[in-house]
Design a protein around this ligand. Sequence first.
Ligand code: NAP
Length: 312
Amino acid sequence: MTQVYNRVALIGLGLIASSMAHAMRAKGLAGEIVGHAKSAETRATALEIGICDQVFATAAEAVAGADLVVLAVPVGAMAEIAAEIGPHLAEGATVTDVGSVKQAVIAAVAPHMPEGIHFIPGHPMAGTEYSGPRSGFATLFVNKWWLLTPASDADPVAVARLQQLLEGMQAKVNTMDAAHHDQVVAVVSHTPHLIAYTMVGVADHLAQVSNSEVIEYSASGFRDFTRIAASDPTMWRDVFLTNKDAVLDVLGRFAEELFVLQRAIRMGDGALLHDYFTRTRAIRRGIIEAGQDTSAPDFGRAPAAAKPDGRA
Ligand code: NAP
């Protein structure tokens, strides 16, 4: 595989950045990988496990001389980082991000990008409930979508080069409008996470009534909710605060559907329930056919696919 960038600066060294580092190293896509994270502990870990050749105490120092800068911090931290790195970016560099929301990140970052810098927002549609530098692995993006939302006047050569890197990590790349992106992810990712958080919260209340039976017998559907609800609290707080309109729209529709099912249960309308569940089962089959999951039980997740790092 050919080298696509000479020096990649990863700002934020958690699950996504460390997975990118592993994948870039495995495929020889970057000459040098440097990084910055908020805490000295994370920076030391990044050196220890070899995801970075060098780490820097500030983002400004890390981006100097980089031809690709990846913003891999929680969405709420993007503006502060962009303001800091703006004056230190190398002429002609590409800046991308991996934030789960696109319109809010563009509003936070674009004003700080100087002339001659290619800002190409992005979002890998891949993740686990683990976080931190030790949680990454080289195959996280294999056969997963990586959505790019470049401005209409973005330089096609810079976009093609970034796409080459992402495809080198075996991701599938698509470009779309940022507003459309935010609506799509509200349906496929953000609202399902909120529902999982809610269901685990409900069970937590019940557990206090039923002496932890909810935890004891959680080997069924509830367990999958707990996996999703274990996702990083900072990341998800920022996602809901910044994709507010789209999430509220989907939640409204969800509540309507819930009432339809609630009424069917109350009225004993088995035909409605059966038809509904038949349609949803077909959607699951479609996801497997599209290669976005396997048909193995337990969400198709092999135990080794995700690595705990002990963080929240
Ligand atoms: P993570 O594992 O929690 O790591 C976040 C990293 O950002 C940590 O290294 C943290 O440093 C650093 N950081 C936080 N605030 C910072 C600041 N102000 N300055 C410098 N560094 C800072 O996060 P992640 O899961 O990789 O997520 C990163 C981004 O990817 C988020 O925007 C998220 O929306 C997006 N994303 C996540 C997933 C997923 O499933 N996790 C999927 C797609 C996209 P310390 O360790 O020192 O605190």
